[in-house]
Design a binder for this molecule. Structure first.
Ligand code: PAF
Length: 286
């Protein structure tokens, strides 16, 4: 595996890769969910490129960027083990040199759900992902469905800005009890971790109601919200939305409804979501 830190080196090494290239952008502190993205990338292409860059522009003002978990040694080992051939680890000055001003604005897709609670977050994501796409020039890029709003926004950006890149969305990887894997889970104390299971249970409750024929979006939200309240956290939102527009259904949940939620438990802000029309994933059936 080659490790590069500058755009020049990256482009030189990228040019040497013949055939299809898959790209997995990450902020590091890699876990099983990232491994799954890398595996899917390898399946979809001949070569795998991974980036690790903790993007300051997607942290809200006042958020503690320095406290974001980092493990460069462990991350390198994970990338190597998953067959990454080119690992790109730029520093902040390489990505945003002095005088940098350009942003990629996301429009209304970035306005609700996490967008309304984390001002500037998605603009930070699209800006860095657009830059990474130009720098890496992949054929395929892989993102997790756990960050469903991010996935929808990246798909839209690729369409609107004509990036010749196929976007692959990968199902959420979960702990055996259903908790979605996230780098932020490490902020949970043992007690908070035990309570966090109520998030996915809330999604399952909404799924069961939907399968039983409930289509009232408010009723579905209420079913989920009541269960999620068991986590004892601070509910940021529980919403029943369209997977493409991310707009909450006003009255009736559509045929491809997604239940999405964000909850603060202790110092961690956890997000999760579930398509209500699809079969429940294995870990959520227990
Ligand atoms: O999902 C993430 O880890 C980040 O938002 C991404 C896509 C790497 C952009 O910084």
């Amino acid at each position: 595996m080659k490790i590069v830190t500058t755009i020049d080196e990256l482009r030189r090494e990228r040019r040497a890769l013949k055939g299809r290239v898959a790209f997995v952008p990450t902020m590091g502190f890699l876990h099983e969910g990232h491994r799954e993205l890398m595996r899917r990338g390898r399946e979809a292409a001949d070569h795998l490129v991974v980036s690790i860059f903790v993007n300051p522009r997607q942290f809200e003002p006042g958020a503690d960027l320095d406290a974001y978990p980092r493990d460069p040694e462990g991350d390198r080992a994970v990338c190597e083990a998953e067959g990454c051939e080119l690992l790109y680890m730029p520093d902040r000055d390489e990505m945003y040199p002095r005088g940098y001003t350009t942003v990629v604005a996301v429009g209304e897709l970035g306005e609700n759900l996490c967008g309304s609670r984390r001002p500037g977050h998605f603009e930070g994501v699209t800006t860095v992902v657009a830059k990474l796409f130009h720098q890496v020039s992949p054929d395929v890029a892989v993102f997790g469905q756990k960050d469903r709003q991010q996935l929808a926004i990246v798909r839209r950006m690729v369409r609107d800005l004509d990036f010749p890149i196929e976007i692959v969305g990968v199902p959420t990887v979960r702990e055996p009890d259903g908790l979605a894997l996230s780098s932020r889970n490490r902020y949970l104390t043992d007690d908070e971790r035990a309570r966090a299971v109520w998030l996915s249970r809330g999604l399952v409750a909404a799924h069961q109601a939907y399968s039983a024929g409930e289509r009232g979006s408010e009723a579905l939200v209420e079913v989920a919200r009541e269960v999620v309240a068991g986590a004892g956290g601070d509910i940021d939102y529980v919403e029943c939305v369209d997977p493409d527009t991310l707009r909450p259904f006003e009255e009736t949940a559509g045929p491809a409804a997604v239940m999405a939620l964000a909850v603060r438990i202790g110092s961690a802000r956890l997000i999760d979501n579930l398509r209500l029309d699809e079969p429940l994933p294995e870990e959520l059936r227990r």
